[in-house]
Each structure stands twice: as C-alpha cells, then as structure tokens.
Design a protein around this ligand. Structure first.
Ligand SMILES: [Zn+2]
Length: 392
C-alpha cells in the first residue's frame, strides 16, 4: 500500500491517491487517506500515465554515439537504408530498446503500442528483443506489440508467414505498410493481413503514408474488409495523411464509415503534412492516438520520446487555442488512448493501473504548452521517476 498525497488530477481539487497491488484502490480528498507509506505530491498537477500509441522501440540507436543521417529521403529510400545499415549498429538490441523505454518512462509514458520490424532479415528477433527489454524494466512500461512488415509484404514472399507466426506467438496486432506504393498490390497485401487477423483474432495497424486519392482508395479497401470480416474496433490506420487531403463529402463519407467500423487513427502530428480533420473526427468519436514514431534511428535523427510534446505538436498543427481544446489534446496522449493498449480504464480513478505523472503546472493547458519536466512518475504502482530523474 502506497499513498500519493496532495495531488491535483487534471488540475482539479487536491486528492490523495491510495495505491495497492499496482492499482489505484481509491481516490479521496487530500488529507483523508488512512496512515501508511506516503509520497508527498506537494500539490502538483497529476495526469494519468501517458500512452504512446505509435512507437518503434526496436529501431533506435539511443545510447550509442551519434549516427549521421544517410540514404534517400523517400519511404523506400529509408527502408533500404535501414536494411543496409542496421547490422552495423547492432539494431535491434536489448540495450538500446531498454534505453528508449527508459526515456519513455522519464517523460511519463507508462504504456505503448510499438511496431516491431518483422522481415526476412531479422525474422521475429526484434519481437523477442522488445519483450526482453520490457521485462528488464519489470513491466514498468506496458508494451503492446504490432508485428510490422516494414520491408513490404507481397513483394517479400515469406513475410506473411512470419506475421502469422508473430500473431500466434502473442503479437496483439499485425501491421502493414503502404499496400499500394510499397507492395504495388494493395488488394493482395490487405487480403493477406485481414486473413491473418480474422483467423488469429488479432488487430491490424497499417502504416499508410500515401496521399490524396491513392491513400483514400486504400482506406476504402480497408473499410470494405473491416466490414466483411467483422473486425469492428480492431483496425488502426497509422499516419493516414490523405484523410486531411480529401475534402467535402468525400471526406465526410470516409469519416462516417470510420466511425461505423470503429477504425482508429494514430498520428505523430508531423510538420509538413496536411492537418487531420480533427473536428469531424472528434464529433464522431473516432479514436485518435498520438505517438512518437521512431526516435533517433536510421529513418530520422529527431525525436526524444516525449508524447506530451507530440500532443503539443498536434495542438499547434491543428490550430488548437482554447482551454477545452488544449485539454483534449492532452487527453489524446493519455485517457482517450486507452483502447490503443487494450485498457478499459485508464485514469486517476479506482480500479485503473496506478500510472500517474506529476508536473509543476497551473492547469492542463499550461502543462501542454510548456511540457515541463515530469517530476514524479508512478508506473504500475511503483515510483520510477523522482525529482525528474529515473530511479529504475
Ligand atoms: Zn511508424
């Protein structure tokens, strides 16, 4: 039993949070919890643990000397560069993956959905690496795995079998990548992915960078197959830039179908891409998850693993200004992303996993725009960050 005293959930009235067996047992007015082991929350603002809904924790060279960017800037160019260079840096490996997960924790992320490369070169080794890294941290970061065919599916015979093996071995999702522009055979890739998902009872989370009508066409293929297979609520499209590029009734019709089928969206709010139609998505209750994507890897030197900063980027990209909208951006990074990590409840409420982040901020919008240090982080009931520094 541990009590986190005098904290302000979402900037509200001060409370004591009583934690037992890794879960929040009760939330009571400050000063009224029963005696026992305590951590003084000093009136700081409390948020539920952040959820990174789209990461690549296997790809990073975090903890190694700087690796200068190379290769061509296109999606295919990045894929080829990564495959050519990764062995040189020992990617994937447990130490770098642990280093990335520790950065997540330091920034208050206590759960993540990570894509993990599955291809003819590494097979399922990346998934084993990520599992070992998550275990090394004692499960402080709850890690959900998407078996991700970064190098293509149909164009690489044998990959579908690997994805199937990964699903059989406990990956909660099978991934996909640009069925049109990478495989140049969208129907074949999507049919293959949906067949595995239906048979294994796993979800799908498909990277889709293609813009405009080519992107929208693939949404339609995904929508059709989701409807046919009954994978309602189990399909995510990651990036999905084209949703912000199509307009008018075309866009509204797509949004209506996404809502009907419970298809969710994961975004990293990238600069230089079209904003998402966030109002239409919010009105319809279409799930949006925020992620860091890869950080410090052979794709890009950018990223620090802080999903609150991604929420800030999302707010800026979409022109959010008023307090309610800014608060919503923070909710996307935590409570409302619960479904991305298979949680029914995620929040500072009785019954939720005890994942809590404290920051010195006046209110939630203030916490968003400054993204201040995470002074205390509790993950699964355990204090993992104290005074802004990791203690695990
Ligand atoms: Zn990604």
């Amino acid at each position: 039993m541990l009590t986190l005293t005098n904290v302000r959930p979402w900037g509200g009235d001060p409370v004591d949070v009583v934690i037992s067996d890794g879960l929040i047992a009760e939330v009571v007015p400050a000063g009224s919890a029963a005696p026992g082991e305590r951590v003084d929350g000093r009136g700081l603002l409390a948020l539920p643990g952040l959820i990174n809904a789209h990461a690549h924790v296997d790809k990073s060279w975090w903890g190694q000397p700087w690796v200068s960017a190379g290769g061509e800037g296109t999606t295919q160019g990045r894929i080829a560069h990564e495959r050519a260079e990764r062995d040189k840096y020992g990617i994937p490996n447990v130490d770098s993956t642990v280093a990335v997960l520790r950065e997540f924790l330091r920034h208050g992320t206590t759960a993540t959905r990570t894509h993990v490369d599955v291809d003819l070169g590494v097979g399922l080794r990346g998934i084993e690496t990520v599992r070992a890294a998550a275990a090394a941290l004692g499960g402080a970061v709850d890690v959900e795995i998407v078996a991700f065919p970064q190098d293509g599916v149909v164009r690489r015979p044998g990959v579908l079998k690997l994805l199937d093996d990964a699903a059989a071995a406990g990956a909660t999702h099978v991934g996909g990548i640009d069925p049109a522009s990478i495989d140049r055979d969208p129907v074949a890739q999507l049919d293959g992915l949906f067949e595995i998902a239906e048979r294994r009872g796993v979800g799908l989370d498909i990277h889709l960078h293609d813009g405009g009508e080519l992107g929208a066409f693939q949404y339609e293929l995904i929508i059709d197959r989701t409807r046919r297979t009954g994978l309602h609520g189990k399909v995510t499209i990651s990036h999905g830039f084209a949703l912000g590029e199509v307009t008018g009734s075309r866009q509204a019709d797509l949004l209506d179908q996404l809502r009907e089928l419970g298809i969710t969206w994961a975004t990293v709010a990238p600069v230089r891409y079209a904003p998402l139609p966030w109002r239409g998505m919010r009105e319809r209750g279409i799930g949006i998850g925020l992620g860091t994507d890869g950080i410090r890897d052979l794709w890009s030197p950018y990223g620090d693993g802080d999903v609150l900063r991604i929420a800030l980027g999302f707010a800026r990209l979409h022109g959010l200004r008023d307090d309610e909208d800014l608060t919503w951006a923070v909710e996307l990074a935590t409570t409302s992303a619960a479904g991305f990590v298979h949680r029914d409840t995620h929040g500072i409420v009785a019954g939720a996993r005890a994942d809590i982040v404290l920051v010195d901020a006046e209110n939630v919008p203030d916490a968003l725009v400054r993204a201040p240090r995470r002074l205390l982080v509790v993950a699964g009931g355990r204090v993992v960050v104290r005074d802004g520094e990791l203690v695990v």
